[in-house]
Design a protein around this ligand. Structure first.
Ligand code: DX5
Ligand code: ZN
Length: 223
């Protein structure tokens, strides 16, 4: 198995963000997942391009992928700023983009890998047509907005369906990322359903254990 771990910095200690991200990379993180929220598409406000540009030198040094998840309205207005800041992947919500094809093309035109994502209640049909044009599909396994929620069990079936859809269309090279509620107790189930990238937020950055200890437990659980 070679699933990638993508720690989300949402619950990291931002007073020492560089250190916290370096710890995750040293413990084997392939992606660093950056959750951008605007107070409109989802209630909270989190961070913007300046955090991406702050992490860019560390990404250059280590080769880690900066994986930016935009939970914002009017994503087209902000894509250039995130590209300029150094995002490797920009993922947009189908629900937030009136013309998903244009949005995906805009991301690609800026030499960034495009991803698309869906809220838990949005069906896969909303992204079926765009699949050949993206590099990543993100299945949300919690309602977007907050870290530390519980994995929605029906997400597993959605992952299986998407995995099969990608297979049938000869698109198995596309990363299938899953985001929300992934912990040591369910990570193997999510991977077995077909996920290739696993977002892990509060399972990595929490007060109970070190980042290295948490990452090791997740890898171990993955098998
Ligand atoms: C939720 C975010 C997730 C979240 C994951 O809106 O997109 O990336 O931070 O955190 P956990 O792993 O704690 O569910
Ligand atoms: Zn996310």
């Amino acid at each position: 198995m070679n699933e990638k771990l993508a720690p989300s910095i949402l619950t990291a200690d931002f007073s020492r963000l560089g250190e916290q991200v370096r710890e995750a990379i040293e413990a084997g993180a392939e992606f660093i997942h950056i959750d951008v929220m605007d107070g409109h598409f989802v209630p909270p406000i989190t961070i913007g391009p300046i955090i991406v540009s702050s992490l860019r030198p560390l990404a250059n040094e280590t080769g880690v992928t900066l994986d930016v998840h935009l939970m914002i309205e009017n994503p087209d207005d902000h894509i250039a700023s995130f590209a300029k800041a150094g995002a490797d992947i920009i993922t947009v919500h189908a629900e937030a983009s009136p013309n998903l094809k244009n949005t995906v093309q805009l991301i690609r035109s800026l030499n960034v890998r495009p991803g698309v994502t869906l809220k838990p209640k949005t069906p896969l049909s909303a992204i079926e047509e765009i699949l050949p044009e993206v590099d990543l599909v993100l299945i949300m396994s919690v309602e977007p907005g907050y870290g530390g929620q519980s994995y929605i069990p029906s997400s597993t079936e959605k992952i299986v369906c998407l995995h099969q859809m990608l297979d049938e269309q000869g698109l198995s090279h596309i990363e299938l990322e899953v985001d929300g509620g992934i912990k040591a107790h369910n990570i193997a189930e999510v991977a077995a359903a077909g996920a290739s990238v696993l977002v892990v937020g509060s399972a990595v950055y929490n007060a109970n254990e070190s980042v290295a200890g948490n990452m090791a437990a997740l890898r171990e659980a993955l098998g």
